[in-house]
Design a protein around this ligand. Structure first.
Ligand code: FAD
Length: 495
């Protein structure tokens, strides 16, 4: 099949874009470097996942100091969403305008919340989001209700919710893409970083891609890695692919790059040629810059004489400090439950002996503080000697430290007196975004508000790289909403 549209990557951006394009009848071909993730004993084995890194690709990147590391960046059909927590939150309306943070002022978006709102609603339908927004002081206006009611709290989380309320905090339902019965039917294990092999997570494969592939005009080629984009003048003329060591070139009138924030930027930079010496779509010198990834701290709030019997813990969030809380009223961020830490996970992550890790995990609550990372042109992805350099410069850390302190205090008051906290390491860029940002000014951004590259007439970038700001909410629903909006634009342009 000679495609009309090539999509590179089948993660949140690529799969959702395919779902948006499928009804148009355009011939869509998705090129994915990974294979489908099959079920296996390791899929629910915390030791395999957290200690042995069983599902991690053997890929090595370098940090800004030249140290090699193996990133938690997955390579299966569905991309990182196969392992994600499936928290599917909208950016808050205020996130689209410039906001003053402790660490600086965010740039604002080329579109407002209103322009994305209908697409958020469709993304929530496609990804079967459960939630209700009640009691969340930052919940933005919506034209459509959540498709499904929230996941109910288990008793120990209901008690925590009451304890937060008694402190004057507003604990609200965490919006989730989850079929809990289906998840637990496979095994009563926890959630975050566990791969979805049964369709119980609303991930890019089980939702976006499944819908797209119902259409005969959409095909998926797995095990197909794009190694370079070819371009002449203002057009991408092909994608050079590697399939099991065999190189060939695929062509299509429109090419959509959806390889994720780090690898999309890397591919554009690796594709430099005589017409585009700094890399494709990079006349502005913005490709790879403004890398962001959230400041994240996981917390284990321990009470040696109190048990936490919860299996599925991830049901509440707090946004009281989302827009305020700093010394001059600056935003601090979002608080949300983790997907339940168990003994083997704690042993793997913190290096504790298993007996102690089990005791701590069963007598503690597990929660996370998330603060916005601001765009910094020196925080960047570089393509060097045929490999990825990720020089992430964290920003806005003072706001994050304040949020962590506030959360620690709230947990102690809630009856969990010993609070152990740990920042997420730089080697796991799970909320990576911002390396090909959208904007109106071609001198200061990479794509326009339709996600078309400023410098190329037939290249779209549709993944987390286009986010101009990271906000302080999980990125996937915003990536999906943008992909649906871009798909509508592409289908109309090609009709
Ligand atoms: C453990 C974990 C937990 C997370 N929890 C949440 C959460 O609860 N909520 C949330 O919103 N987000 C969460 N995230 C983040 C979320 O997964 C990402 O924001 C989202 O997947 C980004 O979508 P994307 O399209 O940019 O990239 P991805 O979904 O990663 O997709 C990129 C795809 O491109 C493919 N690819 C890359 N290079 C090439 C190439 N050269 N050729 C062909 N294919 C290629 C990859 O294999 C992959 O399939 C989590 C991530 C992790 C790792």
């Amino acid at each position: 099949m000679q495609p009309d549209v090539l999509i590179i990557g089948s993660g949140m951006g690529g799969a959702t874009l395919a779902a948006a394009l499928a009804p148009s009848g355009l011939r869509v071909m998705i090129l994915e470097r990974g294979e489908r993730l099959a079920d296996s004993p390791e899929a629910r084995d915390p030791d395999a996942i957290f200690r042995r890194g069983h599902f991690r690709p053997p890929e090595m990147w370098h940090d800004g100091q030249g140290r090699a590391f193996n990133p938690g960046n997955y390579a299966f059909v569905g991309g990182n969403t196969k392992f994600y927590g499936a928290v599917l939150l909208r950016y808050r309306a205020q996130d689209f305008a410039p906001l003053r943070h402790i660490g600086g002022v965010t740039p604002g978006w080329p579109i407002g919340y209103d322009a994305l709102e209908p697409w958020y609603g469709r993304a929530e339908q496609l990804y079967r989001v459960r939630g209700d927004g009640a009691g969340d002081p930052t919940e933005p206006a919506r034209s459509t209700p959540y498709p499904f009611p929230p996941v109910p709290d288990e008793p120990d989380i209901a008690a925590l919710r009451r304890a937060f309320t008694a402190q004057g905090l507003h604990a609200s339902a965490l919006p989730l893409g989850l079929d809990l019965d289906r998840w637990l039917a496979r095994a009563p294990t926890t959630w975050d970083a566990f791969p979805d092999t049964t369709g119980a997570k609303s991930d890019a494969e089980s939702c976006g891609l499944a819908v797209a592939l119902q259409h005969p005009n959409v095909t998926l080629l797995t095990g197909t890695k794009v190694v370079r984009l070819l371009a002449q003048g203002r057009r991408v003329t092909g994608a050079e692919i590697d399939r099991a060591g065999v190189r060939e070139v695929m062509t299509a009138p429109v090419v959509c790059l959806c390889a994720g924030a780090v690898l999309s930027a890397a591919l554009l930079l690796a594709s430099a040629n005589d017409d585009h010496p700094a890399g494709l779509a990079n006349a502005s010198d913005q490709v790879g810059r403004n890398f962001m990834n959230h400041n994240l701290t996981g917390m284990v709030a321990w009470n040696p004489v109190r048990r936490n019997r919860t299996v599925y813990e991830k049901t509440i969030q707090i946004n009281d400090f989302y827009l305020t809380g700093g010394p001059d009223g600056e935003p601090l961020g979002n608080i949300q439950m983790l997907g339940r830490i168990t003994g083997p996970i704690l042993a793997g992550e913190a290096g504790l002996p298993l007996w102690l890790a089990r005791h701590v995990a069963d007598h503690s609550i597990h929660i996370m503080a998330m603060s916005e990372d601001l765009p910094d042109p020196d925080s960047r992805v570089i393509w060097r000697n045929g490999g990825v350099v990720l020089d992430w410069r964290r920003t806005n850390t003072a706001a994050h430290e304040l949020l962590v302190r506030r959360l620690g205090r709230a947990m102690r008051r809630a009856g969990w007196p010993i609070v152990l906290s740990r920042g997420f390491p730089k080697s796991k860029p799970s909320h990576q975004c911002g390396t090909a940002r959208m904007g109106m000014d071609p001198a200061a951004s990479v794509v326009n508000a339709d996600l078309k590259a400023h410098d190329l007439d037939n290249l779209y970038i549709v993944d987390a790289s286009v986010l101009p700001t990271s906000a302080a909410v999980n990125p996937s629903l915003t990536v999906a909403a943008l992909a649906l909006r871009a798909g509508d634009h592409i289908a109309r342009t090609m009709a």
